[in-house]
Design a binder for this molecule. Structure first.
Ligand SMILES: [Fe+2]
Ligand SMILES: [Fe+2]
Length: 363
């Protein structure tokens, strides 16, 4: 077996020593049976393209950095090699990757991608009310706001769900709110608008999501939490909270289309890429462009699983991590804070706790 090693001279020597002559390891481009990348830092990892290399790829980890480990799942690789290692363990991994059914090749991926994108482009249009809500900007006239409010009021299904959600602890109302007008008065139009938008999207989640090992209701609830958390973070970073809310709300909408193509259960984005050659984040962008969502919001969603994304993408990624891994909320906040200083971090942490402790069970 001929293995190409990409990394430091020292790494190559150590790896050769580890293999003890059981395979040919070199840094020459002609070695074609497997590729080994030495991952010694986050910077090194970020430089590796997230594509299919056409041969089994392994990451040889020489750093205990936790961020590196959590970002590895984004890559299309056959396995990770990390200490303690011995020649037999390495060889059994390498040989297994060779005998496995050849991964779907690039051409199959391309055909699949085209099919998935076509389906994403044919996703049912947004309900009229959602389209109007999306069009509203911060300097919308009172008259336009009034019109949308009366449409929300007229829609029994939406208004009763809005009223239910405005009474959740996150909004901190003391006396129960019983009408849309009262909700608008107490919480402001922006909150009512955002809640109505969340509700108008729930129809896309009314199908089985077994391949994601979850339910449509759970994905919707997760999207709603990520929307609230993203917007809350945005407030503390003085960013456009409504835009971040919308990005959070739609960040996983791609799963609505992807789920129709998955044939095996998936756990990580990496699993989607392995099966279908694309991710729910890319497909979400197709859907959102179709819905004429603002480009900055689409970009944030498209990059919510990428390392090194721009601020909005980072905020949505942080909110997503927090909702999936609630116990480590502080860690995610401090990480973001080290890149983008957050004002009043304790208030932010408290608001997030309220959102997380406040899962509605049906809507
Ligand atoms: Fe996601
Ligand atoms: Fe998510």
């Amino acid at each position: 077996m001929n293995i190409r090693f990409i990394g430091s001279e020292n790494g190559l020597l150590t790896f050769k020593k580890l293999l003890n002559g059981k395979a040919n390891v070199s840094n020459g481009a002609d070695a074609k049976d497997a590729l080994i990348f030495e991952i010694s830092s986050l910077e090194v990892l970020y430089k590796i393209p997230k594509r299919n290399f056409g041969v089994p790829v392994f990451f040889y980890l020489t750093t205990p950095n936790k961020t590196v480990i959590s970002n590895i799942k984004e890559y299309r690789i056959s396995g990770i090699l990390f200490p303690p290692l011995n020649a037999d363990a390495i060889m059994s991994k390498l040989v297994r990757s060779q005998t496995q059914d050849a991964a779907v090749n690039e051409r199959d991926y391309e055909t699949l991608r085209i099919k998935i994108i076509a389906k994403a482009e044919n996703i049912p249009t947004l309900p009229a009310i959602a389209q109007e809500l999306i069009k509203l900007t911060r300097n919308t006239s009172q008259a336009a706001i009034g019109q949308v409010t009366s449409k929300i009021k007229m829609d029994q299904g939406i208004s009763s769900k809005v009223i239910k959600l405005v009474n959740s602890p996150f909004y901190g109302v003391r006396k129960e709110i019983a009408s849309i007008d009262r909700a608008t008065m107490l919480l402001g139009f922006s909150s009512v608008k955002n809640i109505a938008l969340a509700i108008s999207l729930d129809q896309y989640y009314q199908k089985p999501f077994n391949m994601y090992k979850t339910t449509g209701q759970a994905i919707w609830q997760h999207a709603y939490n990520v929307a609230l958390i993203s917007s809350e973070i945005g407030k503390h970073l003085q960013q456009d909270c409504d835009a971040l809310y919308m990005a959070g709300l739609m960040h996983d909408i791609g799963k609505v289309v992807m789920v129709d193509f998955l044939v095996k259960e998936v756990e990580y984005v990496q699993d989607e890429r392995e099966q279908l050659g694309c991710s729910h984040a890319e497909i979400a962008a197709v859907i959102m462009n179709k819905w004429s969502v603002a480009p900055a919001i689409v970009e944030a969603v498209k990059t919510h699983h990428d390392a090194g994304s721009e601020l909005y993408g980072r905020i949505v990624a942080t909110a997503n991590n927090i909702d999936h891994d609630k116990e480590n909320t502080d860690e995610y906040i401090y990480q973001l804070n080290s890149e983008h200083p957050i004002q009043d971090i304790d208030t932010l942490k408290n608001s997030i706790q309220t959102i997380l402790s406040d899962n509605t069970d049906d809507s």
